[in-house]
Design a protein around this ligand. Structure first.
Ligand SMILES: Cc1ncc(COP(=O)(O)O)c(C=O)c1O
Length: 417
């Protein structure tokens, strides 16, 4: 696949080969990752990258747009059909960019936005002080109920009434439960705020109908075609028709310049694939795998935040195990199991240490892993947690982890050296 690169830049070629090997031999459990099909690799490496284009189909700033118009229209129509949305913007380069477009479209600098606390599972682009969203807009946050560890809707409503935000945001990076979109929509209506749902993490589950859809309840929905959708590396926006012109204009020229046409092609394919029965089967399995892994970890004495999961991820509180997220992440990486350290609600540790790990099953499920594999992976995670510094144990587990990973050939057509 990289035969020209191999000839002209062997240093870089070898780095890509090393990463291919890592992806093949490892158990990938970063919750925002997936393995894309060959078609996405082809499209993202295609000649579409050569075309510079700004504007929207039929309203372009460069000549030679006939084919590009068709591709963007196809991506738009497929996104709308998949999610039953009235309008779609498929140009955002990422999920964060999509959120910035929405703010730019609907509110003014200095206006208030209300999002979920970052350390309770929210995302940087929902108003964090280190993100542009928190610098341009006044951000306030709602959190989780300390007992249930699920969204504290009363707190959300109280914050909405107190601060009268212009936008209320639902959606998270590390939240394992369904969100009551209808309830938040009612709160937003009560304070005359727009309701934005960021479904970046769960866009595949929603497309497959194994997770409630926010589309009927939200004014605007953002997402990524990357993570749980297993497709192009980029973002998108869905909305009711009334916001169409504003969202288009905010994306271009508001936040971005030219489109990434190779990604646009890959997005069109992503939205088509996500509507197939095969994809629905994979997403159904994702949910089963996440539940199985959660139960298997609980059986081994791990505590799950909220006690379980409704989606593709688990948030594991490691305090009962006497471990930090940093320590377990490192020990798991040593054996080829990739997870990320993650803050748990009201975490006493610093963000670079944390008391938890976030574990996702999308990537391994896309490779073909089933419930039995999840049971085995839970056993390996448990052994690593019990012996994080025992090199002999870790060597043995690394071999077992590799064996599980290699059961699922990744890109068998791509050569490896
Ligand atoms: C909820 C949520 N929104 C937005 C994003 C940002 O997406 P991107 O990395 O494409 O900017 C993420 C990324 O993890 C996310 O979890």
């Amino acid at each position: 696949m990289l035969k020209h690169l191999k000839e002209s830049d062997h240093i870089l070629y070898e780095m890509v080969q090393d990463e291919l090997l890592r992806q093949r031999q490892g158990i990938e459990m970063i919750a925002s990752e997936s393995f894309v099909p060959y078609e996405i690799l082809e499209l993202q490496g295609s000649i579409l990258t050569n075309k510079t284009m700004e504007g929207f189909p039929g309203r372009r700033y460069h000549a030679g747009h006939e084919v590009i118009d068709r591709i963007e229209t196809l991506a738009i129509e497929r996104a709308k059909a998949l999610y039953r949305a009235e309008h779609a913007v498929v140009q955002p380069h990422s999920g964060s960019q999509a959120n910035h477009s929405v703010y730019q479209a609907l509110i003014k600098p200095g206006d208030t936005i209300l999002g979920m606390r970052l350390d309770h599972g929210g995302h940087l682009s929902h108003g964090s002080s280190v993100n542009l969203s928190g610098k341009i807009y006044k951000s306030v946050f709602y959190g989780l109920n300390p007992e249930t560890e699920t969204i504290d809707y009363r707190d959300l409503e109280a914050k909405a009434l107190e601060h009268r935000p212009r936008i209320i945001i639902a959606g998270a990076s590390a939240y394992p439960r369904f969100i009551d979109y209808e309830r938040i929509a009612a709160i937003a209506r009560g304070v005359e705020a727009y309701f934005l749902v960021d479904m970046a993490h769960i866009a595949g589950l929603v497309a497959a109908g194994v997770h409630p859809t926010p589309v009927p309840f939200a004014d605007v929905v953002t997402g990524t075609t990357t993570k749980n959708l297993g497709g192009a590396r980029g973002g998108f926006i869905l909305s009711r028709g009334e916001y169409a012109a504003k969202l288009d204009k905010a994306t271009f020229p508001g936040v971005q310049g030219s489109m990434h046409m190779h990604i646009m092609g890959a997005k069109a394919f992503t939205f088509m694939r996500a509507g197939t029965d095969e994809f629905k089967g994979v997403m159904t399995q994702v949910v089963k795998n996440a539940r199985t892994l959660g139960e298997a970890l609980k059986d081994r004495g791990f505590r799950l935040v909220t006690g379980g999961t409704d989606n593709h991820l688990l948030l594991v509180d490691l305090r009962p195990k006497g471990l930090t997220g940093e320590k377990l992440e490192k020990a798991l990486e040593r054996v080829g199991i990739t997870v990320n350290k993650n803050m748990i609600p009201n975490d006493p540790e610093k963000p670079m240490v944390t008391s938890g790990v976030r574990i996702g099953v999308t990537a391994m499920t896309m490779k073909g892993a089933l419930e039995g594999d999840m049971q085995k992976i839970a056993g390996l995670i448990d052994e690593v947690a019990r012996h994080p510094q025992d090199e002999t144990v870790l060597d043995r587990i690394a071999a077992e982890a590799r064996e599980i990973a290699l059961k699922f050939p990744l890109y068998p057509g791509i050569e490896e050296e």
